[in-house]
Design a binder for this molecule. Structure first.
Ligand SMILES: Cc1cc2nc3c(=O)[nH]c(=O)nc-3n(C[C@H](O)[C@H](O)[C@H](O)COP(=O)(O)OP(=O)(O)OC[C@H]3O[C@@H](n4cnc5c(N)ncnc54)[C@H](O)[C@@H]3O)c2cc1C
Length: 625
């Protein structure tokens, strides 16, 4: 076995991931832990300052309810989310986040995040729920607060978490390895908080060879949350609810500011507006298709129908939108010029704040948004429970809001005792975005400390043989590579091992062709899913032969194993749900209609951590108590 030091660390609460949800959990848990003399430790595969989906910054905070201002109620937000998810959302979880999210936003502002202000002093809204920010340093600011609360001694960066340490059905912590030095880590913990983001590159991306790595969702989140909770035997929900964002083509620049702030139209190559011309199609998706705002997947769907009919490309009419706003000043040439300049800079800043590559693409292809439209397109599918997807762990709701069926003692605790989750790691509570993920992290962090105080679990112990077995399994790709690397003249092709990149290509091809990726126009069926599962089974067997040249490749190996489990959960759930509920995200060709009589429910799944046998479950959608 590769020569790695084993480092054992004990903590009361272990926070996995250092993203938005974890930073929220850190702030809250550290506060309550201090009062109770408990230790909280955070572990991230990257550097917390710039890790996770907010790493590059954001140009808007997407969830702000405005309770203090009297703008909206918690119920308004619950209704909005449920409508957008075609009726499938947990009211109790969404409400729990909605009543706390403004608090997170106020904290961000207190910590130094510049939020745009209108003349009267109120926040500038991009849309009903969104606030405009100068967000290039958003993550740095949120991370700084987490560090201040936890203390830097309680943060371990550059350690990739592989999975949970399980003995006798109990979670005793987590294991992983440093991506910088030869160290295998064993974290023993009385409670574990999971927030290692969602997953990208499970499906073949639009950008392949020439732009490999470019995706809407950040490439460093690879399904570790799903793998962790599945392998801990936790029940999962909404694994079929992937997210397909329509974004500026090839660099995935955000469209929110264009649609909401600049009120731009999207048209096909013939100038037709699919949202107008295809309005009748919405009748087929009643009641959701007829209520405003129209769900994101249905908006996607109308555009996709145009593309399938050969009416592409689809364009964001940037020049028209800016012109329309500036025209309000057309009688005053000086004011007009000033407004045009202001709009132009806002347009570029929107990208520079969060998707710099889109600004680079515009510059490289001579785009001036005030003169020329830009192409938009539906991206490949992603797993992101915090955005407009909904996949994640099935967690307990809060005692005062959750019906008895949804409550098992502690908010945001998974069905496996002592494991808590938030952000992209929890399901059925989408549209929490950056601010809601932080708020949900705070809720879960506080609940985890309450669990520790109330239940007072002992510090777990783990057999040395268990640790040695996990270590050998984790490092096996390094051993395989070392043993066989001399067999071929080029190390990337070898009959004795498969390198992670090739493994990922195989997974992506399979998902693209059988589970409804870009290449299959997002369409699948029973037969395609069944064939996909057969191929996934063979892929899983071959995962035993992953080979890694160094630490970085070892991380790539495990990232792909995590993706593979996310893929399996997805295909199994799509197969189980015999209807099409989210056209525009995926389409079941053999069940092309919405079926509220049989499928207005959650589809949950569980995997036996030992045998890896799956169980599929239907769960009722219940109102708040
Ligand atoms: C492209 C994009 C644009 C968005 N735009 C907006 C917006 O405009 N406004 C808004 O409010 N929200 C936006 N969001 C949503 C927001 O970014 C997410 O809701 C939020 O980041 C989710 O928080 P999280 O903690 O669950 O995940 P993340 O913040 O992504 O954090 C995940 C963490 O887990 C770590 N990690 C992953 N795997 C491992 C592992 N194996 N071991 C250890 N650590 C691991 C990562 O390094 C990271 O620190 C956007 C999201 C994306 C992807």
């Amino acid at each position: 076995m590769a020569n790695f030091e084993t480092v054992k660390v004990e903590t009361d609460l272990l926070i996995l991931g250092g993203g938005m949800a974890s930073c929220g959990a850190a702030v809250e848990a550290a506060h309550w832990a201090k009062k109770n003399n408990l230790k909280v430790l955070m572990v991230d595969k990257a550097a917390v300052d710039r890790s996770g989906a907010v790493a590059m910054g954001l140009s808007a905070i997407n969830q702000y309810v405005g309770l203090k201002e009297g703008d909206n109620t918690v119920e308004d937000y619950v209704n909005y989310v449920k409508q957008d998810l075609m009726g499938v959302a947990r009211d109790d979880l969404v409400a729990s986040i909605a009543r706390h999210v403004d608090g997170s936003v106020h904290l961000f502002e207190k910590w130094g995040l510049p939020i745009w202000k209108a003349e009267g002093g109120g926040y500038v809204h991009e849309g009903r729920w969104q606030l405009m920010i100068n967000g290039e340093s958003y993550k740095v600011i949120v991370a700084e607060a987490a560090k201040n609360h936890l203390g830097t001694d309680n943060i371990i960066e550059r350690v990739f978490i592989v999975g949970p340490i399980m003995e006798g059905g109990e979670c005793k912590g987590a294991y992983g390895f440093s991506v910088r030095e030869n160290k295998f880590y064993v974290f023993l913990a009385k409670a574990v908080f999971v927030a290692m983001g969602g997953a990208v590159h499970v499906f073949k991306p639009r950008s392949t060879g020439e732009g490999l790595g470019r995706a809407w969702y950040p490439p460093w989140n690879s399904g570790s949350s799903t793998y962790f909770t599945l392998k801990a035997g936790a029940e999962m929900t909404c694994q079929e609810v992937r997210f397909i964002p329509v974004r500026f083509k090839d660099a995935y620049g955000p469209v929110g500011a264009w649609f909401l702030l600049f009120k731009s139209r999207a048209t096909n190559a013939f100038g037709g507006e699919y949202m107008v011309e295809r309005r009748d199609e919405l009748q087929n998706w009643q009641p959701y298709g007829l209520v405003k705002p129209i769900p994101a997947n249905l908006r996607n769907w109308l555009g996709m129908l145009d593309v399938m009919e050969g009416k592409g490309p689809i364009y964001m009419r940037t020049e028209e939108a800016l012109q329309k706003i500036a025209d309000q000043y057309k009688d005053d040439p000086k004011a007009y010029k000033k407004k045009m300049k202001e709009l132009e800079s806002e347009a570029w800043e929107d990208f520079l704040d969060m998707t710099i590559s889109q600004a680079i693409l515009w510059a490289a292809s001579d785009v001036q948004p005030e003169e020329k439209s830009s192409e938009i397109a539906a991206a490949e599918p992603y797993f992101i429970g915090s955005h407009s997807g909904a996949s994640g762990a099935w967690v307990s709701g809060p005692e005062d809001l959750a019906p008895p069926e949804y409550f098992w003692g502690y908010e945001n605790m998974c069905t496996t005792k002592g494991i808590f989750a938030a952000g992209d790691a929890t399901g059925a509570s989408s549209h929490k975005f950056s601010s809601g993920s932080h708020a949900e992290g705070r809720i879960a962090g506080k609940a985890a400390v309450r669990y520790l105080v109330k239940e007072n679990p002992p510090m777990p112990t783990v057999d040395d043989s268990t640790i040695e077995a996990l270590k050998a399994k984790t490092l096996k790709p390094l051993d395989l590579f070392e043993e066989h690397k001399g067999f071929t003249s080029q190390t990337d092709v070898n009959p004795n091992y498969i390198i992670p990149k090739m493994f990922m290509f195989r997974l992506q091809k399979l998902m693209d062709e059988y589970a409804g990726g870009v290449g299959s126009q997002f369409t699948t069926s029973k037969f395609l899913c069944e064939r996909g599962l057969e191929l996934l089974k063979i892929l899983k067997e071959d995962a035993e032969h992953l080979g890694a040249e160094d630490l970085h490749e070892l991380m790539r190996c495990w990232e792909n194993v995590h993706r593979m489990y996310q893929a399996e959960a997805h295909v199994r759930t799509i197969l189980f749900r015999e209807e099409t509920r989210w056209p525009g995200y995926y389409f079941r060709a053999d069940f092309p209609k919405l079926d509220n009589d049989n499928w207005l429910c959650f589809v949950n799944c569980k995997m036996d951590p030992e045998t890896e046998e799956w169980e599929m479950l239907k769960r009722d959608i219940l109102p708040m108590s």
